[in-house]
Design a protein around this ligand. Structure first.
Ligand code: NAD
Ligand code: ZN
Length: 357
């Protein structure tokens, strides 16, 4: 057995208000004439956060459109525009939810790698390190701040650029930045973390490393969504650390059935990751009985809507497309169901699961 030797993020700063140190943190990474590029979630356009960005010289601020999950074509357009305008840049600072952070990682890599981001969707295909990159989450749950992937939808697949060059050089974890997220969004993204924990902790790839982080993340999710009534600053602090620990847990194990099925949904229907995972997880009693029971309870307690019947009226070809995407995610299925997963998750079985959604 070969053990994975995994590359972690470089530097971490944590704490309410630590965003104010961003200018000092990036200063040593500035190269003469080459700007820092701030890729900021379009939600923050016109918001006070923009006045706090440490912009200087020829730095560039780009509001990224995260209405849809990041596409390889969008990454290419952003990177090509920066190459044309500046040649080289000092670094990329991604500020936002998982989508904006993934865009920042991918743009950083594409500044130093030829071709299209679509050429690098897969495992360890990226040849050259990217430019200096910083991730600053404004939503907690995806774990994108710690992961070695950036999830992209390309012309033929939805798959990440998984590589040792993908993790951020620096992350800035300031829970105050998540304060304005609407309750539904906060729940969907928070549940991404909860589902990471359940899939990691019940998976066949589990080991003490993943378990240590997964259990802590799960405990924090429960503090926020089960034990408390209402939301407070502590909830933002806890969920930010849950996201980090949940990401660390899956880094050394894997996700499972909910993610495998939800990737198919998002490929065909464009369903976003957090809500898609919730829609799927809601129907997975068979695989995760205790987790799904607790999930349903959290949905009710927090008065969240989980869309139903989103697959009603789809054609056979549609179901086939979703199943192709889903069954291609072999490590996820193997983690969830063991080496003989193909005998358990047959196409008719998977079709029946999609029809429940
Ligand atoms: P998101 O980034 O797609 O954002 C969801 C919505 O919330 C957007 O409309 C955004 O503008 C808004 N938003 C962000 N911050 C806000 C704030 N503080 N206040 C109010 N609104 C805010 O949502 P997400 O769930 O964080 O990320 C999902 C994305 O992350 C997907 O593209 C998914 O593929 C990716 N992802 C990546 C990894 C990874 O390891 N790289 C892991 C899981 C998910
Ligand atoms: Zn996820």
């Amino acid at each position: 057995m070969a053990f994975r030797n995994f590359k972690m993020i470089g530097y971490v700063i944590y704490g309410r208000g630590c965003f104010n140190q961003l200018g000092d943190i990036i200063q040593p990474h500035r190269k003469t004439g080459a700007p820092m590029v701030f890729l900021v979630d379009h939600f923050f356009e016109g918001k006070p956060l923009i006045n706090r960005l440490p912009i200087s010289g020829n730095d560039k601020l780009v509001f990224v459109d995260v209405t849809h999950e990041p596409k390889t074509s969008y990454v290419d357009a952003l990177a090509n525009q920066l190459k044309e305008e500046f040649g080289t840049i000092s670094g990329v600072i991604g500020i936002g939810g998982g989508s904006a952070m993934d865009l920042a990682k991918a743009v950083s890599l594409m500044m130093n790698n030829p071709g299209s981001a679509a050429d690098y969707q897969g495992w360890d295909l990226v040849k050259n390190p990217g430019v200096y990159k910083v991730g600053i989450p404004t939503l907690s749950g995806t774990g994108a701040e710690v992961s070695r992937t950036t999830v992209l939808t390309g012309p033929t697949k939805k798959l990440g650029m998984n590589s040792d060059y993908t993790p951020f050089d620096q992350i800035v974890l300031d829970p105050a930045l998540t304060a304005d997220a609407p309750a539904n969004q906060r729940f969907y993204t928070g549940m991404d973390c909860y589902i990471h924990c359940i899939e990691s902790l019940t998976g066949t790839f589990l080991n003490e490393f993943s378990k240590s982080y997964g259990e802590k993340a799960l405990q924090l999710c429960r503090e926020v969504y089960v034990n408390k009534t209402g939301w407070d600053e502590e909830s933002d602090d806890q969920l930010m650390m849950a996201s980090y620990a949940g990401g660390m847990s899956i880094a050394y194990s894997q996700v499972g059935v909910a993610h495998a099925i939800s990737y198919g949904l998002s490929y065909l229907l464009g369903t976003k990751h957090g809500i898609g995972n919730c829609i799927v997880f809601d129907k997975l009693e068979e695989f995760y009985p205790e987790g799904v029971k607790e999930f349903k309870w959290m949905v009710e307690k927090n008065q969240i809507d989980i869309p139903q019947h989103i697959c009603a009226g789809l054609s056979d070809a549609d179901f086939d497309k979703m199943m192709d995407v889903s069954l291609g995610l072999k490590p996820l299925w193997e983690n969830a169901l063991g080496k003989d997963w193909e005998k358990i998750m047959t196409r008719p079985k998977l079709r029946a699961l999609y029809e429940l959604l």
